[in-house]
Design a protein around this ligand. Structure first.
Ligand code: URA
Length: 265
């Protein structure tokens, strides 16, 4: 094949969203037999009592809409490990089929600060951890500037990080309102179980899920409340990479966070 035809074909594939070579033969994941989907693992029966989910992870027909199913499964999780398993077993979100890994959380679950981002990107999907790409490196630098570190075993100096969505949306597109609604019960339970002192909502999609509002430029710089916790909306680090002059506001927000943590100690 001539070079310019090969190049044109490659560009066409990139436009269709095939941004990576992972195998010689295409796999239609929608056609995979049931036996190849991940096994359903559920919390103990005691944790399911009173919910619409049975011990095999089946949901009662009356509760079979995706948000109700998410609510029942999330509420039945007695701890973070069970919540992770419940998310692994949740089959109603199509993003799961296109993702390589579930991205649940990173950092110290005992941390006083819980960060809620948007959704995994390519690096996060590959590693199964949130905020490990370029935006994640900036996030680490930002929090290091106020003495916080995801690797710290000390809850006072640590952060705990998750996202609104645990699976990478194709081509990093924005989450849909339906996806946010489906995942919100898991985020709510995640916050209940981690029980941080404060939440940082990174960017518009986290604000949409947690506060029911977007407009990060207006929301940032002021504390709000969601899920019974103080919430600080902040510019997403990916936005800061594209808009470096907004780092001034991000720094002011980090100082607000630091002051709040000192006050409430
Ligand atoms: N952006 C996010 O919002 N979350 C990640 O995990 C990575 C990038």
């Amino acid at each position: 094949m001539e070079t310019h035809s090969a190049l044109a074909l490659l560009e066409w594939q990139i436009e269709l969203g095939a941004d990576e070579a992972i195998g010689d033969v295409p796999v239609n994941r929608l056609d995979l037999p049931e036996a190849m989907s991940p096994p359903r693992t559920m919390p103990p029966q005691s944790a399911l009592e009173g919910s619409a989910v049975d011990s095999l992870g089946h949901v009662a027909p009356s509760e079979a809409d995706p948000v109700a199913e998410a609510r029942a499964m999330a509420a039945a999780a007695p701890d973070l490990a069970a919540l992770r398993e419940a998310l692994t077993a949740y089959d109603r979100c199509d993003l799961k089929r296109g993702a390589r890994n579930l991205v649940f959380a990173d950092g110290n679950p005992a941390a006083r600060v819980m960060i809620v981002g948007e959704a995994p990107g390519r690096d996060e999907d590959l590693q199964g951890l949130p905020f490990v790409g370029r935006a994640g490196q900036l996030l680490d630098q930002m929090f290091a500037a106020i003495g916080l570190d995801r690797a710290s075993p000390d809850a006072e100096r640590a952060i705990y990080i998750t996202n609104m969505l645990p699976w990478r949306p194709p081509q990093n597109r924005d989450p849909t309102p339906e996806e946010i609604a489906m995942m919100m019960p898991f985020v709510r339970r995640h916050v209940e179980l981690a029980d941080p002192d404060v939440i940082v909502a990174m960017g518009n999609h986290a604000c949409q899920g947690l506060l029911g509002r977007r407009g990060i430029t207006r929301l940032r710089g002021a504390w709000d409340t969601a899920l019974g916790k103080p919430v600080l909306p902040m510019f997403h680090p990916a936005y800061l990479l594209r808009t470096p002059h907004a780092k001034r506001e991000a720094w002011a927000d980090l100082l607000m966070l630091q002051a709040r943590l000192r006050e409430a100690r």
